[in-house]
Ligand binder design. Structure first.
Ligand code: NDP
Length: 284
């Protein structure tokens, strides 16, 4: 059987970044300023540091002004809130991103809910989540929006398809289900209490895996010809980055599949830039 086509997330993200670069140039010429993104990093977690460095580099590439604010992991919640409030009032900052996870003594929910919704470029604020679920315009969470863009730009039709999403987190599973439903897919959501997972996933025309378990989705979970989107970012015992999908076996079944790395990850990063530009344009 023909192996599934790769969905080139890295390439599509590059396309989006090129489009944004032009858009930013035109907007900056008109407005006299650049879109601005503040990134707050608390502590020294190596993975978080790598992500933050990537985000700052992405900003430089497309012409977004970025400010990295580093705080020690001993910072008190009130002090971090003070920083958020300061950035909320800063006219040069269109987006505020707090790199998660935060230390245990700080409530991520509280921090996120204090970011002004119009500067919430991660799309995690309860107001943005509520607007998404009621179908109102909002800043969309980056990973779900990136997945949608990837499907659309690959020419994969969504309307009328059965999409099965494994995972129901607030940052991936839930919002991607809503976005797919908004695009007229019929959506089934699965989670850790789902009985007989394969029964559902085998019916998927579009299967999204957002579980966080290495090679959890195998060929037996996948209908021949399905489109498979792998959100997972796990480490193999050798330390390599790998997804939730057993790539080699599933590729034999799928019509399209995203690789890890080079799939959903770069799209997430591109959509953060997109949101920052949207926010700048809205704020003027
Ligand atoms: P969470 O841990 O918040 O959610 C995982 C979900 O998977 C939960 O809903 C959980 O169910 C479900 N789950 C766990 N075990 C099973 C099981 N045995 N069967 C079915 N469902 C199960 O993770 P996130 O949503 O934050 O992230 C998921 C993965 O995506 C991670 O690997 C993360 O690193 C990656 N990620 C990648 C991004 C990217 O840009 N590529 C961005 C964000 C995340 P329940 O709700 O019942 O507990």
């Amino acid at each position: 059987m023909k192996r599934g086509n790769l969905i080139d997330g890295k390439g599509i993200a590059g396309q989006i970044k090129d489009e944004l670069k032009d858009e930013i140039q035109a907007w900056s010429a008109e407005s006299g300023r650049r879109p601005g993104l503040a990134v707050i990093l608390v502590g020294e977690d190596p993975a978080s540091r790598t992500y933050v460095r990537g985000k700052v580099q992405d900003c430089e590439q497309v012409g977004i002004y970025s400010r990295l604010i580093r705080k020690p992991d001993t910072i008190e919640e009130e002090e971090l809130l003070f920083e958020i409030h300061r950035l909320n009032e800063d006219p040069a900052m269109d987006g505020i991103l707090v790199q998660l996870p935060l230390p245990d003594h700080i409530s991520s929910d509280r921090i996120i809910s204090e970011i002004r919704p119009e500067k919430d470029v991660d799309g995690f604020h309860p107001i943005n989540a509520g607007r998404l679920s009621t179908g109102l315009k909002s800043l969309l969470p980056c990973t779900p929006h990136g997945i949608l863009q990837m499907l659309k730009r690959t020419g994969i039709s969504i309307a009328g398809k059965h999409a099965v999403v494994v995972g129901r987190s607030n940052i991936v599973g839930k919002p991607v289900s809503l976005l797919l439903q908004k695009e007229d897919a019929t959506v089934t959501m699965c989670h850790s209490r789902t009985q007989d997972l394969a029964h559902y996933t085998q019916q998927a025309d579009i299967l999204v895996a957002a579980v966080g378990r290495l090679q959890f989705i195998t060929a037996e979970h996948v209908k021949p010809g399905a489109v498979v989107i792998d959100v997972g970012m796990n480490r193999t015992p050798e330390g390599k980055l790998a997804g939730d999908v057993d790539f080699e076996s599933v590729r034999e079944q799928a019509s399209f599949i995203t690789p890890v790395p080079g799939g959903v990850g770069p799209m997430t990063r591109a959509m953060l830039l997109y949101n920052t530009v949207q926010s700048a344009k809205e704020r003027g």
